[in-house]
Design a protein around this ligand. Structure first.
Ligand code: HPA
Length: 241
């Protein structure tokens, strides 16, 4: 089983769990036990990024332990589910997007394995932060199950847990971002350091701050995600990597 799914906000109970496995890592405890699941084309591991129950804020997730634990299980491909805000009026709440770029605005997170004596210093190539073959597999799977899914986008990864100011969102837009989330970094870079393929399936939960008259409501986000995650589940069930 070389595929893993890292589930974020709203994606805790998407799959039936066959077995829970606790994996020791020198980087500490992963967010949750690793859950073995069955997809249409074979088995996979599922990891609840914010813990089970959902409680770990984005800046306190032990991203290194999560990626290392998956690596120890022999995982070679990671699909991350990310709830995001959208700066693009064409990507409304509920839309699925497979981004091809990101900009990291996070700070203070343990963001590399090259930080101690365990891993030698490496400067990984990261021009394309997502695996193109895994991106294609996600888009093909979406087509196969009849879900529309946008190919490409640039995700800003912010520190959270608060949402952004309207001015911050305008700046992220000027920087070239059209999506904003809180957890793809350092996750994507650590996967690259560990030699694993990584792609993100984003679910638009809301229009980003300041773009609509109404303030962003957490309750509305959870309502959108509850519906959209059923579509995510279909896409991942049919995934062929
Ligand atoms: N900003 C950052 N992260 C998010 C948002 C947002 O508007 N919505 C869901 N995750």
């Amino acid at each position: 089983m070389s595929l893993a799914i890292i589930g974020g906000t709203g994606a805790l109970d998407l799959f039936d769990v066959l077995e829970h496995r606790r994996v020791e890592s020198p980087y500490g405890a992963a967010s949750a036990t690793l859950a073995r699941i069955d997809l249409d084309n074979g088995g996979a591991w599922f990891l609840a990024r914010h813990g089970r129950p959902h409680r770990i804020p984005p800046h306190r997730i032990n991203y290194r332990a999560n990626i290392d634990a998956l690596h120890r299980l022999g995982v070679a491909q990671i699909v991350a589910i990310n709830a995001v805000g959208s700066m693009d009026p064409d990507h409304a709440a509920g839309a699925l997007v497979v981004p091809d770029q990101l900009i990291d605005y996070t700070w203070g997170r343990r963001h590399t394995f090259s930080d101690d004596d365990i891993t030698p210093l490496q400067h990984v190539e990261f021009a394309q932060p997502f695996s193109e073959s895994l991106r294609r597999a996600l888009l093909e799977s979406a087509t196969a199950v009849g879900q529309s899914c946008v190919d490409g986008g640039c995700m800003a990864v912010t520190q959270g847990p608060r949402l952004e100011t309207a001015a911050e969102i305008r700046r992220l837009g000027r920087d070239g971002c059209n999506l904003v989330g809180m957890t793809a970094m350092p996750e994507a870079a650590l996967a690259r350091e560990a030699g694993m393929d990584y792609a993100s399936l984003c679910v638009v939960a809301n229009a980003a701050a300041g773009l609509e008259d109404e303030p962003i409501s957490e309750a509305a986000i959870h309502r959108v995600l509850a519906d959209a995650m059923q579509n995510v589940r279909q896409v991942l069930h049919a995934l062929h990597t």
